[in-house]
Design a binder for this molecule. Structure first.
Ligand SMILES: [Zn+2]
Length: 67
């Protein structure tokens, strides 16, 4: 499902890949303190999906949340 839209251009974002030169996939890693990311689980790594705006090049990252 891809319903992400650019907040500036109001066009659909296209899924893309953000790489760190072979370092590996990008993840968000929650802190021990939890806070807003507490729902993901302490210390859990969650893969990021990158979406690129074909109009302005804005790239947004979304954590792959289950719910
Ligand atoms: Zn845009």
């Amino acid at each position: 499902m891809n319903d992400h839209r650019c907040p500036h251009c109001d066009v659909s974002l296209e899924e893309t890949t953000v790489t760190a030169e072979g370092v590996g996939d990008l993840y968000v890693e929650t802190d021990r303190e939890g806070g807003v990311l507490d729902r993901l689980g302490v210390g859990q790594q969650t893969p990021l999906e990158a979406f690129l705006c074909p109009e302005c090049g804005r790239t947004q990252l979304f954590a792959d949340l289950d719910d």
